[in-house]
Write a protein that binds this ligand. Structure first.
Ligand code: TYM
Length: 335
């Protein structure tokens, strides 16, 4: 079992990232060989502020460590530090088909009405993501629901490459989506939109760096409906905001949605929201305190990333060499 996953170093870590991915990465560290990376090459696909990007990579690495990713257990690195990611992405761009990428919903969402003005990188980035995964022959890719389509694309690319070049080089990966309510954490302002860094309203998400007061305020102001809390989760259908808050509560307290609802059945959100805010603060404030401490020593963060990159590069070398040889690029210096 080899686990590989990444996160874009854009801004802050939010509750969706934590519940949908990072806290599951933390749990998997004791069960498998794990590689986790800051997908800084992916961050180039939209407008780039070089100073900000440099700072964000370090900040996100610190946030992952504060959340429980242990560089002594897992290989933690920035994927730009391992050139084989970009090299394999090119080879696989020649395997992937335009039609496959045309179906990627995230490109449609992110490019909006301005497809002609989107970068080529934004269109092609799911192939870089496939390279990130296939380079390490990952078996499990823990991600939130929104990344499922990209991991399935990586499977298709792996199978086509293996078939085209008559080998077994790539392992078709499994998307490993968290069970239950955490796989898709929704906006606090709109239960039909996912919680996201790109939402212009900061009130739509809980950030790892939010103070206890801000967390309480965001939950107090979270959109709900006037109906009482039901005992049966099926009765949350058609009530997306209520369903989202119940799901978040369950994920944070480690209970099932049924158990959470049983405690609040018949009550309004006036009782539920303060309890949810308390549970969130109990989870997030120790992580935030560790993050603040880690920021004091940026050299230590850089050292973890450099050591991780060296380990990752060693694991990647045989795969990129075999991929080059498979397609006939035997003049490549690392083939
Ligand atoms: P990114 O940076 O958008 O998100 C990082 C992880 O957080 C999950 N996530 C969520 N889960 C539940 N609810 C939400 N509202 C929510 N928002 C984000 C994402 O599913 C993801 O697991 N392309 C990837 C990064 C990447 C990658 C990879 C992932 C690059 N290469 C290889 C896996 C394997 C991305 O933009 O994730």
């Amino acid at each position: 079992m080899r686990v590989v996953s990444g996160i874009q170093p854009t801004g802050d870590l939010h509750l969706g990232n934590l519940l949908g991915a990072i806290l599951r990465w933390v749990r998997m560290q004791d069960e498998a060989e794990c590689l986790f990376f800051l997908a800084d090459l992916h961050a180039l696909t939209v407008d780039v502020d070089p100073t900000q990007l440099r700072a964000n990579v370090r900040e996100m690495a610190a946030a992952l460590i504060a959340s429980g990713i242990d560089p002594a257990k897992s290989i933690l690195f920035a994927h730009s530090a391992v050139p084989a990611h970009a090299e394999l992405a090119w080879v696989l761009e020649c395997t992937a088909r335009m039609g496959w990428l045309n179906r990627m919903t995230q490109f449609k969402d992110k490019s909006g009405k301005n497809k002609e003005g989107a970068s080529v990188g934004l269109f092609a980035y799911p192939v870089l993501q496939a390279a990130d995964i296939l380079l390490y022959r990952a078996t499990h890719v823990p991600v939130g629901e929104d990344q499922k389509q990209h991991v399935e694309l990586a499977r298709d690319i792996a199978v086509k490459f293996n078939t085209d070049f008559d080998n077994e080089l790539f392992v078709p990966p499994e998307p490993f989506i968290g069970g239950g309510s955490a796989a898709r954490v929704m906006s606090l302002r709109d239960g039909s939109a996912k919680m996201s860094k790109s939402d212009p309203s900061d009130m739509s998400r809980i950030n790892l760096t939010d103070s206890d007061d801000v967390i309480a305020q965001k939950i107090r102001k979270a959109k709900t409906d006037p109906k009482p809390i039901p005992g049966d989760p099926a009765l949350l259908d058609g009530r997306p905001e209520a369903k989202n808050l119940a799901g978040i509560f369950a994920a944070v307290s480690g209970e099932s949605v049924e158990q959470v609802l049983a405690r609040f059945e018949g009550q309004g959100f006036g009782a539920f929201k303060p309890a949810l805010a308390d549970a969130l603060i109990a989870m997030l404030s120790p992580i935030r305190a560790r993050l603040i401490a880690l920021r004091e020593d940026p050299a230590a963060i850089d050292a973890h990333l450099a050591a991780g990159a060296a380990q990752a590069a060693k694991l990647a070398a045989p795969t990129i060499a075999a991929a080059y040889r498979a397609v006939g690029l035997t003049h490549a210096s690392n083939a």
